[in-house]
Design a protein around this ligand. Structure first.
Ligand code: MV4
Length: 450
């Protein structure tokens, strides 16, 4: 087992990884930019190394500085967290080339799943249901027209190097196809340096349901159920819950087992999330994420499995702590992403936190690096905490979430806390009857008349 792990990230996820390391008796190295010198993950780590100025490109994304920090501190492994370099195959290769362990999947699997065309082909061959569409990429408008002529409109043009909503263009009718195709390719080339695109049938009112997978190097592959991430705004998840209000036990076990078997066939190692759209009772694969996700705590809450601990065990060549038959789903968990943003306009609101009080009590977890006097920097994404609750039922989780939000104090900056206090009284949300369109519709319908 590792004696020392370098955490190549910041904020709440750096703290999360640090906590798992400490409970395993592993020393931690925090890396930080000059702007994060007083951050909580730096304060709690056993050692810390300043790796550059505030700009992420000069610090958290600066591979030589991260490798150097690992070498001077004698760390044996690097945990990338999420975002930043967590799905950068080149980074994983460089880590391994320096005889350090990358805590995550192999570079090959990171690269495979980063190419959305190759990923879709690979998972389909392994038995995963996918969205109807082109067989691979479409090079020319003629190809696109031919494929689309066999499909019902609207159709979606997606960038192979896209993901997370980037590089997608909808064609509502055949006469919109040419512009959607040309625009998607041009934007993909500009954004990713790769204009490869593919076509899919556009699903109009799906839910976003993802399956958590964890696999070791000894042939043990387990699924840990689903998370419903349908409450999104501009491709940013706002709230996630496990299990999904839309699925019953049979559906959960069926899609979980299909996913588990497919990932096993791929020889996957580590934590991974297979993303589906779910509409009219059917699942359609859209992407696979080869990283630990922001919303992993709702899965931890209902399975009582520490996903970061399992990631570290796998990277050290150890088997999973459990078998699939040991996995049990108990209760209901909901996570609210607390961002330093205006709760209505979502404009960033960095600055000094003048007062901070974390909610607590049975079934309440706040993953956050905040403290009174901490200055939230303007250089990084606005996530400042995740409020996760667990209850025996969805009703209990909702009641507990309302109670915890009422206790939480973050003064000095605006946060999305008030948004959730409104949201959790909405009948559609309380009933669980919402899809990926619901939040943006609700925001536009309820925005205060300026
Ligand atoms: C789709 C789709 C509808 N039909 N694919 C958005 C980001 C990336 N994960 C894929 N996304 C979508 N792919 C087809 N064929 C709708 C979306 C989508 C979406 C998906 C999940 C959660 C929120 C979303 C918001 C807008 C669009």
């Amino acid at each position: 087992m590792f004696e020392k792990i370098l955490i190549a990230n910041r904020g709440e996820i750096a703290l999360r990884i640090h906590r798992a390391c400490k409970e395993m008796g592993i020393a931690t190295v925090a890396v930080h930019s000059e702007a994060d010198a007083n951050a909580m993950h730096v304060r709690l780590a056993d050692e810390s190394v300043c790796i550059g100025p505030a700009q992420a490109a000069q610090s958290y994304l600066k591979i030589p500085n991260i490798i150097a920090a690992a070498e001077i501190t004698g760390a044996q492994a690097i945990h990338p967290g999420y975002g930043f370099l967590s799905e950068n195959a080149k980074f994983a290769e460089i880590v391994e080339a320096h005889d350090l362990v990358f805590i995550g999947p192999t570079p090959d699997h990171i690269r495979l799943m980063g190419d959305k065309i190759a990923a879709k082909k690979a998972v389909a061959e392994a038995g995963i249901p996918t969205v109807p569409g082109s067989d691979g990429g479409v090079e020319t408008f003629e190809d696109a027209k031919k494929v689309a002529s066999t499909m019902d409109f609207p159709v979606l043009i997606k960038a192979a190097s896209g993901g997370g909503g980037r590089g997608m263009k909808v064609a509502q009718t055949p006469d919109q196809l040419k512009e959607a195709f040309d625009t998607a390719r041009a934007e993909a080339m500009a954004a990713f340096g790769d204009d490869a695109v593919y076509i899919e049938k556009y699903l109009g009112k799906p839910r976003h349901i993802e399956i958590q997978i964890i696999a070791d190097e000894h042939g043990n592959v387990a699924h840990l159920g689903e998370r419903d991430c349908s409450l999104q705004r501009r491709h940013q998840k706002v709230l996630e819950e496990a299990p999904s209000p839309a699925l019953n036990k049979e559906q959960r076990m069926e899609i979980g087992e299909i996913t588990r078997q497919a990932v096993a066939k791929l020889g996957y190692r580590g934590a991974g999330t297979v993303e589906y759209l779910y509409e009219d009772g059917k699942f359609y694969f859209i992407e696979m994420n080869t990283r630990l996700q922001v919303e992993h705590p709702v899965t931890e809450a209902i399975t009582n499995i520490d996903l970061v601990r399992e990631q570290i065990r796998i990277a050290a060549g150890m088997p999973l702590s459990f078998k699939q038959e040991d996995v049990q789903f108990n209760g209901w968990s909901i996570e609210c992403r607390i961002n330093a943003e205006d709760p209505r306009t979502f404009a960033p609101s960095p600055g000094e936190v003048t007062d901070f009080h974390a909610p607590g009590g049975l079934g309440v977890r706040l993953d956050s690096g905040l403290y009174a006097g901490y200055r939230i920097p303007p250089y990084y994404d606005s996530l400042i905490g995740k409020l996760i609750v667990r209850g025996a039922t969805r009703e209990e989780a909702l009641m507990r979430l309302r109670r915890a939000l009422g206790e939480m104090v973050i003064n000095g900056v605006k946060t999305t806390g008030p948004l959730f206090e409104e949201l959790l009284h909405e009948p559609d949300f309380i009933s669980g009857d919402y899809n990926i369109r619901w939040l943006e519709n609700w925001l536009s319908e309820t925005e205060p008349k300026s």
